[in-house]
Design a protein around this ligand. Structure first.
Ligand code: ZN
Length: 189
């Protein structure tokens, strides 16, 4: 587990005077994170406005292969990578409300099945590991959901081509908002 400062220095190579200045182009990094208002990706990653492109949806999910409607979040990440981003960060967080909703079997109305279906896969995997204790299940499902999103992005043909040419790194991280700690779950260069 790495604390934010260590992460910034060691993983992102963030030297506070490095990286591009606010509003820079090309895009330095792209972050896929949850839409919940209490989570601020700039604050968590120590970034100023203009230093990251942020793609947000409830649960920081990436569509399953063949899922309809699909790929809008993948397209947003691809756009950032196409325009220079060399780091893709999938950022989940503790006590994610929408993941809890899936665990609690809330009814998926409207277009919600598009998100619930993706998260349900992570909840099922987590249940196999930790059983149905709600607290442990939520923590494990959050972790698996981040890793699954990162894995799906990694398997995206376009992003994959950038990984193959060592042009891009994918980092999967989970932020514990109570402890204010960012845990890096995976990093693939
Ligand atoms: Zn959330």
């Amino acid at each position: 587990m790495m604390r934010n400062a260590l992460y910034l220095a060691a993983v992102l190579g963030f030297g506070f005077d490095s990286l591009a200045s606010a509003g820079s182009w090309p895009i330095p990094e792209v972050v896929l994170c949850c839409s919940e208002m209490r989570e601020n990706p700039h604050e968590i990653l120590g970034k100023e406005s203009g230093q990251i492109v942020v793609v947000r949806n409830m649960g920081n999910v990436v569509s399953l292969a063949g899922q309809k409607p699909d790929s809008i979040e993948i397209a947003s990440v691809e756009y950032a990578v196409l325009h220079g981003a060399t780091k893709v960060i999938v950022l989940g967080h503790s006590n994610c409300s929408v993941i809890k909703s899936v665990i609690d079997d809330e009814e998926a109305v409207g277009h919600l099945p598009a998100i619930f279906q993706v998260i349900h896969k992570s909840v099922t995997e987590a249940t196999r590991v930790v059983g149905d204790d709600k607290e442990r299940l939520l923590a494990e499902a959050v972790r698996r959901n981040v890793l699954n999103s990162a894995s799906r992005l990694r398997n995206d043909r376009f992003v994959l081509s950038k990984l193959d040419s060592s042009r891009c790194t994918i980092v999967a991280g989970c932020y514990d908002s109570k402890a204010k700690v960012l845990e890096i779950l995976d990093e693939v260069e």
